[in-house]
Design a protein around this ligand. Structure first.
Ligand code: PLP
Length: 419
């Protein structure tokens, strides 16, 4: 696009500090600038087309370029951008959204606490779990348990309770009272409860599918088993559905509904608005909310932009699209089509395994994790925007509008990138 004499757009833009990046490397090679999106595709500034294998960071569930959501936000902003949800204030649209979410909640009668994104949702849930036990006379229940490989966002609580050590090294102690157990063995949760005593444990955080940690599907029966262990030992079960919520799991709004987990708390974000604007929500089961709704117990917690009216308008328009276009069913279709077209890639010598078959997600695990970052760039040369997750896995989490033909094309392009 730029002429030979003009410095490129990329070289003229060096102020941005990217998230999760080696900025020396990004500066040396230049950023990958995304100019626009349409359905399951994104385009760079030169108009090159890429199949969006990841739906951004797992969020563009309804696909890119939905005018309907943009219009809903514009209409809302021109009447009331936002006000407040502290005390007794609430924008009208935010209140409507809370009722709509309560209707689809995995636990009937849930309350909805709005946040500005997934990390806010996690820290909200971690604080609420501890405050709940305080309210019911067990203030010594403060330990929060997570799983190895798990990712729970980048605020202090989420960083501490997640199971990716490189993310919390070299800061000193972030949140004390956080422990992790094996990601795939319910007995290790039981062993920790026996070691420290259930009278010390507030909550267990569980991603139904481990996402950013590398896309690991739960072993058969694992989710039901850890849910029961929490129930038996008076430990709150927190389903982190920031990735799996709003249809990513295939066939249902939430993994918690599909697996009948009845979480005490459920954290969400991403698919709530399909990422058109930032928003998160924590779903709180009635028995956990009860002490705070009985009167006299303030919860001194909230975010200026929690329940932002413009974001609420985006969420309502997004949920309308999911319902009208049967995108929960489309996600279920992708569950099997991703498996059908991607599983054969496991035969390639550079691939160790393909994890697929649950939800509209998959991972192509490279045999050599050191190849992951260069491979992301090779994928681009083959018309795929991809992303490395965990230890050398290629994350696949497309928009629910990706057709089977596009999935087949995705597999073909990945195969040609593998060489
Ligand atoms: N929890 C899970 C399971 C996530 O995957 C993420 C983000 O990817 C988060 C929490 C944090 O969400 P956010 O990046 O919106 O703060």
């Amino acid at each position: 696009m730029s002429s030979a004499t003009e410095p490129s757009f990329e070289s003229r833009h060096s102020a941005l500090w990217h998230g999760f990046a080696d900025m020396g490397a990004v500066t040396a090679s230049g950023p990958f600038v995304v100019a626009r999106g349409d359905g399951a595709y994104i385009y760079d500034r030169d108009g090159n087309e890429y199949l969006d294998a990841t739906a951004g960071l797992w969020f563009t569930n309804v696909g890119h370029g939905r005018r309907e959501i943009a219009d809903a936000v514009a209409t809302q902003l021109s009447s009331l951008a936002h006000y407040s949800n502290f005390g007794d204030f609430v924008p009208e649209t935010t209140s409507v959204l809370a009722e709509r979410l309560a209707e689809i909640a995995p636990v009937a009668g849930s309350k909805i606490f709005f946040t500005s994104g997934g990390s806010d949702s996690i820290d909200t849930a971690a604080k609420l779990a501890r405050r709940y036990w305080h309210e019911v006379g067990k203030p010594e229940k403060t330990l929060i348990v997570g799983r190895q490989k798990a990712y729970h966002g980048m605020h202090v609580a989420g960083t501490s309770l997640a199971g990716i050590p490189v993310n919390h090294e070299n800061y000193g102690t972030l949140m004390p009272d956080a422990r992790t157990v094996a990601w795939d063995d319910a007995k290790s949760l039981l062993a920790l409860i026996e070691e420290v005593g259930s009278d010390k444990i507030a909550a267990f955080f569980c991603e139904p599918i481990i996402g950013a940690g590398g896309v690991y599907l739960p072993p058969d029966g694992y989710l039901a088993e850890v849910r029961q262990i929490c129930r038996d030992n008076d430990v709150l079960f927190v389903a982190d559905e920031v990735v799996t919520g709003f249809g990513r799991i295939g066939g249902s709004w939430f993994a918690s509904s599909r697996f009948d987990l009845a979480p005490d708390l459920m954290t969400t974000a991403k698919g709530l608005t399909s990422g058109y604007v930032p928003m998160g929500a924590v779903f709180i089961a009635p028995q956990i909310a009860e002490p705070f709704f009985a009167g006299g117990a303030w919860w001194r917690h909230g975010y200026t932009y929690g329940g932002h009216a413009g974001a609420a308008a985006a969420a309502l328009a997004n949920l309308d699209i999911v319902e009208r276009e049967n995108l929960l069913q489309e996600s279920a279709r992708l569950e099997s089509s991703l498996h059908t077209y991607l599983a054969p890639l496991a035969d390639h010598p550079r691939v160790q395994e393909v994890r697929s078959g649950l939800g509209a997600v998959a991972a192509i695990q490279l045999a050599d994790p050191a190849e992951a970052l260069p491979f992301v760039k090779t994928l681009r040369e083959h018309g795929v925007s991809g992303r490395a997750a965990g230890q050398g896995a290629m994350q696949i989490s497309p928009a629910f509008v990706m057709t089977d033909a596009q999935v087949q094309e995705l597999a073909t392009r990945i195969l040609s990138a593998l060489g």
